[in-house]
Ligand binder design. Structure first.
Ligand SMILES: Cc1cc2nc3c(=O)[nH]c(=O)nc-3n(C[C@H](O)[C@H](O)[C@H](O)COP(=O)(O)OP(=O)(O)OC[C@H]3O[C@@H](n4cnc5c(N)ncnc54)[C@H](O)[C@@H]3O)c2cc1C
Length: 483
C-alpha cells in the first residue's frame, strides 16, 4: 500500500512540541512514537480510532499546568484522559492533539473520617477509593460497573453513576471539591471539604463537562459509613414490559432500595454463563437490593415482594447469604463484558421517567423487529437509566451503520418520553450530532458560551459534546492563543 510522505512542516511542529513537553516533564512521561501512541487511539467505543500527536503522563497538578501552558502557547488541542473506559468516545483523540493522561496522578492526599471526606488525585481508580477507607468502615458510593478500571477523573468528566446510585446519587452528589487546571495553565479550586459553596455552582458545571472546561487533577469526595447489612432479591418475569411496570410500582410506593437493576433474557443468559450467578430462566429479571439493620431489610423487602407478587413473578428469591449476594452482583456487573464475549454491540444510555419504562421497552422491541437487529437490555431501572445493547456483526458491511441508526431512533424515543440522551455515559462523539434532538439552537448556544468562558480558544477535548458543524465553526472562529 502506498503511504503519502509525511508533511515536513507537520513533522517539525510535532518535534518541537514533543521537545517542549519533554522539557517540563520527567523522563518517560511523554510518549510520542507511532507504535506507542496507538495504545491511546480509542477508548471503550472502539468503532472510532485516531492516534494522537503525543501522550503526556504528568504526576502532579504543577506538571499538568506546565503541559497545558506549552499546549496553549503552541495552540495544540488537549484531550484529558482517565482510564479510557468511556463508552461514548469521550476520550477519543484527534490526530493533532496531546493527551493528558492521569494514570500517574493516583495518590490519596488526605482522609478525614470525622468530616467524612477523602481527597485524592484523580487518576485513582473508583474502586481503590473505597479500598483506601474501608478498613475504617467507610465507602465511596458511586459504583460504575467499570469501577475496577475507571478513574475518578473520568467519573467526574462523565458524572458517572452505577447500580447503587438510586439511593446515594451519582458522582455530582458525592463530589465536594476539585482542583482543576485551565487551558492556559491557571490552577483553580472549586468547592471544598464541605457540602455546597457560596456563589455560582461552578463545581456542578464542571462535573459532567466531559473534559471541555479544564483538566481536573484532585478531588474531594464524600465517604459514607458502610451500612449494617444489605440483601438483594431476584424477581423473574414473563416479559420486559411486566418487569418495567413492577419497577414503576416500587418507586411509586415510596420505598427506596439501594438498587433496582433490570436484565432481559439475552443478558440473563450471557451473565449466567459468565458468572454462574444462579439467575432464573425467564424473560426479564430484576435485582432489587435494600440495606440497613436486619429488621429494616425485612420490612423493606416485605413491601417489595408484595408489590412484585401483584405482577405474577415467575421467580422471587432472596439471597441466602453474603456469597450468594456477591455472585448476584458479579453477574450484573459483568454484563457488558459477558455480552462482549458473544457479540459486537453498541451500548446506549438514554434516561426516561420510570413510569415510561413499559412503553419505551415495548418501543425498543418494535424498533428491534423493524431493523432486524437483536437488543439486549441491562440497566439501572430504579432511576430510569436504560442501556439497550444493540447487537450487530462488525464483519458484516453496513451492520454498524444500521445499529447506529437504530440507536439514534431509540434515543429519540427516550427524549420523546420526557427523558434525555444520556444518563451517565456522556455525549462524547457518539451522541454529539443528536444533541439537537434534545436542545434548541438557543440551548446549545448557552452551553457553548459556558465553554467560551473556560476555554476561549476551544482547545480542550475537540469534536465532542456539541454537534460537529456547530463546534467546528465555533473553534475556527475562536480567538488565537497568545504565543
Ligand atoms: C464494561 C464497562 C462498564 C461500564 N459501566 C458504567 C456504569 O455502570 N456507569 C457509568 O456511569 N459508566 C459506565 N461505564 C462508562 C465509563 O466507565 C465511565 O464513563 C467512566 O467514568 C469513565 O472513566 P475513565 O477514567 O475511563 O475516563 P475516560 O474514558 O478516560 O474519559 C471520560 C471523559 O472524562 C474526561 N476526562 C478524563 N480525565 C479528565 C480530567 N482529568 N479532567 C477533566 N476531564 C477528564 C475525558 O476527556 C472524557 O470526556 C462503563 C464502561 C465499561 C467499559
Amino acid at each position: 500500500m502506498h503511504m503519502p510522505a509525511p508533511n515536513p512542516d507537520v513533522l517539525r511542529r510535532k518535534a518541537r512540541i514533543v521537545e517542549r513537553l519533554a522539557h517540563v516533564l520527567p523522563d518517560g512521561a511523554v510518549i510520542h512514537e507511532e507504535h506507542e501512541v496507538r495504545a491511546y487511539e480509542c477508548d471503550a467505543l472502539t468503532a472510532y480510532k485516531c492516534p494522537p500527536l503525543a501522550v503526556t503522563l504528568p504526576a502532579s497538578t504543577e506538571e499538568v499546568a506546565a503541559v497545558l501552558r506549552v499546549c496553549h502557547e503552541e495552540r495544540v488541542p488537549v484531550v484529558p484522559r482517565g482510564s479510557g473506559t468511556s463508552l461514548a468516545g469521550g476520550a477519543l483523540p484527534t490526530a493533532d492533539s496531546v493527551i493528558v493522561g492521569v494514570a500517574r496522578l493516583n495518590q490519596v492526599l488526605e482522609t478525614d473520617y470525622d468530616n467524612r471526606f477523602v481527597r485524592v488525585q484523580t487518576g485513582r481508580t473508583n474502586l481503590s477509593v473505597t479500598g483506601a477507607v474501608e478498613e475504617e468502615g467507610f465507602f465511596y458510593a458511586p459504583d460504575p460497573s467499570s469501577q475496577l478500571a475507571c478513574a475518578i477523573a473520568g467519573n467526574i468528566g462523565m458524572n458517572s453513576g452505577g447500580a447503587h446510585c438510586l439511593k446515594y446519587g451519582v458522582t455530582t452528589n458525592n463530589l465536594l471539591g476539585v482542583t482543576m487546571v485551565l487551558m492556559d495553565g491557571t490552577v483553580v479550586e472549586l468547592g471544598g471539604a464541605h457540602l455546597d459553596a457560596g456563589g455560582l455552582d461552578l463545581l456542578g458545571v464542571v462535573c459532567g463537562s466531559e473534559g471541555q472546561l479544564g483538566v481536573v487533577t484532585e478531588a474531594t469526595l464524600r465517604i459514607l459509613p458502610k451500612p449494617e447489612g444489605a440483601r438483594p432479591v431476584l424477581i423473574g418475569f414473563s416479559s420486559n414490559e411486566v418487569a418495567g411496570a413492577c419497577v414503576s410500582d416500587i418507586i411509586k410506593a415510596g420505598v427506596l432500595p439501594v438498587a433496582i437493576e433490570f436484565m432481559d433474557r439475552p443478558c440473563i443468559r450471557a451473565c449466567e454463563a459468565f458468572a454462574h450467578a444462579g439467575y432464573p430462566d425467564c424473560e426479564a429479571l430484576l435485582i432489587v437490593e435494600v440495606e440497613g439493620s436486619p429488621a429494616e431489610i425485612d420490612e423493606q423487602l416485605g413491601v417489595i415482594k408484595q408489590i412484585a407478587r401483584g405482577h405474577d413473578p415467575v421467580e422471587l428469591r432472596e439471597a441466602a447469604d453474603a456469597d450468594e449476594a456477591a455472585r448476584i452482583w458479579l453477574g450484573r456487573k459483568s454484563a457488558f463484558g459477558a455480552m462482549g464475549q458473544i457479540n459486537d454491540y453498541i451500548c446506549l444510555d438514554g434516561t426516561i421517567p420510570v413510569s415510561e419504562l413499559p412503553r419505551v421497552l415495548g418501543g425498543i422491541r418494535k424498533l428491534s423487529e423493524r431493523y432486524g437487529l437483536e437488543v439486549a437490555n441491562v440497566f439501572h431501572a430504579g432511576d430510569g437509566n436504560m442501556h439497550p445493547l444493540i447487537l450487530f456483526n462488525a464483519n458484516e458491511p453496513g451492520d454498524l451503520e444500521k445499529a447506529e441508526a437504530m440507536g439514534a431512533d431509540i434515543l429519540r424515543l427516550c427524549v420523546e418520553a420526557g427523558g434525555c440522551l444520556t444518563g451517565e455515559h456522556g455525549v462524547g462523539v457518539e451522541k454529539r450530532d443528536l444533541m439537537a434532538v434534545q436542545y434548541t439552537p438557543d440551548d446549545l448556544e448557552a452551553q457553548m458560551r459556558v465553554k467560551d468562558v473556560f476555554d476561549p480558544e476551544w482547545l480542550l477535548n475537540p469534536t465532542k459534546v456539541f454537534p460537529l458543524d456547530v463546534s467546528e465553526t465555533r473553534r475556527l472562529g475562536a480567538p488565537a492563543a497568545a504565543a
